[in-house]
Design a protein around this ligand. Sequence first.
Ligand code: RRO
Length: 308
Amino acid sequence: MGMLIINNYNFCAMLALKPGAIEVGGVALDNHLLLAAGILGTTGASLARVLSSGAGGVVTKSIGPAPFPGHPGPCVAVLEDGLLNAMGLPNPSADFAGELDGLAGRPVVVSVFGGSPEEFAEVAAWFADRAAGFELNLSCPHAEGYGAAIGTDPALVEACTRAVASLGLPTWVKLTPNVTDITGCGRAAEKGGASAIVAINTVKAMRISTGLRRPVLGNRFGGLSGPAIFPVAVRCVYELYEACRIPIVGCGGIASADNVLEMMMAGASAVEIGSAVIRGVGVFEAIAADLYADDGVDAATIVGCAHA
Ligand code: RRO
């Protein structure tokens, strides 16, 4: 019996993309690589630094209806093949607007969360004069009343999306993989007027310290990100590409140019990079150096090409 083993050297040396500015889901980007929500996204200075380090766009930390310090620690554990976090949606709420003062006209997508369609619209409206678009966090796996608590119900996904899309700015919807069928939520976002789907947020997970005989995270449960979840993200993007017509932004464990190409072949028009930033903000320039070449192909020729 033949056995095909695909390892981390599954690299297609022949394929590179044409460099240059693009437009995805109504947002103008400098390239296909965005900073994912939750990493280096709470100050204008860190967002500007990531943009000047080769990211084509940035997504802010998720901002909600009231200032919140987050869950009690420990909030992050570094694992063999990823990160486990339960930050607990720490955010400065409306005060965050001031952080965006120096970023006018830049590709800054503001991630927002709320406990109802009305709260989503209220929070998004605070940033409507300074966001290139919104990303709706309907997917944090460990936030009671927020995130996946709402984002697993297609009717609520549709209502929250419609409430924010009515502001007239590009509205991306970030989905949770912690559902039986992600396409139901993707279709609901599309029906509500989303301009793009972002897939995926973290996978609900936990670890236990055998020494302490207790969960390692203060919140016990958290979200797994990094290379460990890349195959889950590819599967979700592949399924959404077959179910929806709006563009998909791939997210989840992307750490190399080959990962970007694989996500695009599954159906992503752009990607978000989060946990790989643990290697430093130079990760954007490093991936771009492998991904782009002046004689590269138009990304449109490979987006979704893995589908029959
Ligand atoms: O803040 C968090 O704990 C958090 C958020 Br908002 C999210 O969307 N996903 C995640 O893994 N953690």
